[in-house]
Design a protein around this ligand. Structure first.
Ligand SMILES: [Zn+2]
Length: 325
């Protein structure tokens, strides 16, 4: 018997978790990310929470797996952040090895989410799956025969940055017209704010969910209002679903996975998003290229990436062989 440590480092929130040898979640400590604190602040938090969990473990902790919310060079095990300073090509796995004396493996949050859903969530038992995380930005991860496919430059699955329009706005990645600029949480929130400032009389519910302030309207408020039947919010989610459905049909055409799993905060909207996505895909489908790929919502809710961290830790633990307990 052994335990593993998992970390999920995100732009707004972070978590450290203790898992058993079968990937059951035992305990999770978490907090809000301080963007101004930069890398050193985050490393201090991770070290303290990890040491606390290591003290509480009933069995030897054999390895650590990390989901990182930014680009990860998987071969070199280095991370970067597009939003927080100090992470440029930082050897995060090596830091854990030195600081906590644990072997460690890091992947980006979309690949980790894919792995989490594959091992413990909606993708259990699927030979292949594509996971798409819809939150502030959009990421994706492809799993084939139990392994994440990283690609030559650790860029496989970056569905948020496929160009879908010539006239779109500039994306966080620096390119123009990326899918992310049309259907990320940021895009949904922006569309909600634009709508409300033009027609406030039609947006009472969204405004109420946002404390009466247009600038506080979030993707979650739009999704909640849509789930409650608010017609303006439903319109925004349907527009989002239109872009998303096109992109997912592209995934089907290139990879034809067994499952496509929607995760991240926007996917918590559930049916209100899923149904129009499926409908868009049906509308665009070809009668001669029918497919049976299932489109599902993640089962692990906000925890897909943390479970992916646990899966990475368990992989490493298995590679390092038996441990005396
Ligand atoms: Zn982009």
């Amino acid at each position: 018997m052994h335990n593993v440590l998992a970390m999920d480092i995100g732009g707004s929130h972070f978590r450290v978790g203790l898992f058993d040898h079968e990937g059951r979640r035992l305990e999770v400590l978490e907090g809000d990310t301080s963007l101004s604190g930069g890398r050193d602040w985050m490393l201090d938090q991770l070290r303290e929470l990890s040491r606390e969990l290591l003290k509480r473990a009933d069995y030897p902790v054999k390895a650590c797996g990390i989901s990182f919310g930014g680009p990860v060079d998987f071969k070199r095990q280095q991370v970067r952040s597009l939003h927080v300073s100090g992470w440029e090509n930082f050897a995060l796995a090596q830091w854990v090895e030195k600081t906590l004396s644990l072997p460690c493996r890091v992947d980006n949050d979309a690949n980790a989410g894919a792995l989490g859903e594959y091992r413990f969530g909606a993708g259990r038992g699927s030979p292949s799956l594509f996971y798409i995380t819809l939150s502030t930005g959009i990421g994706g991860g492809f799993i084939l025969e139990g392994r994440v496919h990283h690609g030559r430059d650790s860029l496989a699955g970056e569905i948020g940055h496929i160009p879908v329009s010539d006239s779109g706005v500039v994306c966080a990645c620096g390119a123009r017209g990326c899918l992310e600029t049309f259907c990320s949480g940021t895009a949904i929130a922006l569309r909600g704010r634009e709508w409300v400032s033009r027609r406030p009389e039609s947006a009472a519910h969204v405004l109420e969910l946002s404390g009466g302030k247009i600038e506080s309207i979030s993707a979650q408020a739009v999704a909640e209002a849509a789930a409650a039947g608010d017609s303006m919010a439903v319109g925004i989610i349907q527009e989002t679903a239109h872009w998303l459905g096109r992109a997912l049909l592209t995934v089907v055409r290139i990879l034809n996975p067994d499952k496509i799993i929607l995760g991240g905060g926007v996917a918590l909207a559930g049916t209100v998003l899923l149904e129009p996505v499926r409908q868009t895909m049906r509308d665009l489908a070809s009668s001669t290229l029918s497919y049976s790929t299932e489109i599902l919502v993640a089962e692990l809710e906000g925890y897909s990436a943390l479970y992916g961290g646990a899966a990475l830790g368990l992989e490493l633990a298995a590679e390092s062989g038996p441990i005396a307990s």
